[in-house]
Write a protein of this length. Structure first.
Length: 245
């Protein structure tokens, strides 16, 4: 912790106020602090720690990354790559860009509702296969799942395909590894070609608007490009494999 003097023109919050504004618990704030995800508070009168707008914006970014399924270790690596002097505005921009690329949120669903939407009774093996394909995740509550609705139709169609459970798991591991590598390269490209010029422009409002628009339009283009490239590559590999058994 470092000792400082409160500035009258900058709002300061106690840890309880910061947690309330961010919608998290005080325990969560302190935990992030011990992990180095949040900088230490400014110590004011009577040794009370105060948090500023940068703390709030950084906390909001961390929560957004967690909502997207990133582990704490991955969030630590992400934050380490950010410039150390980012303002609350810069952090808010990061959060907006991250959120604009987020997939649809998973929904909570009961087994009864899940079977109604799939149009069939589901065995435990069916549920295991859907989980292996990333369609759903089990929760601590019995017969309640977290569902990715965008994958449900495809997942149900694949339930009757004669593929071993282990093969599905292995395939998903391969796909996730390569998808993560592609995402990291694209993120570096975005940081160099888009985020860098924004920082150099002195946070010009017009540049900020253009950057957000570019981010929103890039997502569908990148997704379609990845799908198309994968389909073509897979077709070529399968033709080669069956031509040369």
């Amino acid at each position: 912790m470092h000792v400082g003097t409160d500035q009258e023109d900058v709002p300061r919050h106690t840890v309880d106020e910061l947690a309330a504004r961010a919608g998290v618990t005080v325990r969560t704030v302190r935990f992030y602090g011990t992990r180095g995800l949040l900088p230490p508070p400014v110590i004011g009168a009577r040794r009370v720690g105060h948090y500023g707008p940068e703390h709030l914006a950084r906390l909001a970014l961390i929560e957004e990354l967690r909502r997207q399924g990133m582990t704490l270790a991955a969030i630590e690596r992400y934050l380490e790559q950010l410039p150390p002097d980012l303002s609350a505005r810069d952090l808010a921009v990061h959060r907006a860009l991250v959120a604009s690329w987020a997939p649809e949120s998973a929904e909570s669903i009961t087994r009864r509702e899940l079977e109604r939407r799939t149009g069939r009774a589901l065995t435990e093996r069916d549920v295991d296969r859907l989980a292996a394909m990333g369609v759903l995740d089990r929760t601590p509550e019995a017969d309640t799942f977290r569902l990715d609705g965008s994958l449900l139709r495809l997942g149900v169609e694949l339930l009757d395909v004669p593929i071993e459970h282990e093969t599905i798991l292995a395939s998903r591991t391969v796909l996730l590894a390569h998808a993560r590598a592609a995402a990291q390269e694209l993120a570096r490209l975005f940081q160099d070609q888009v985020w860098g010029p924004y920082r150099e422009s002195g946070a010009d409002p017009d540049h900020l608007t253009a950057m957000k628009s570019l981010s929103a339009h890039m997502q569908p283009m990148v997704v379609q490009a990845l799908v198309t490239a994968f389909q073509r590559s897979l077709s070529e590999e399968l033709r080669t494999a069956f031509r040369n058994p």
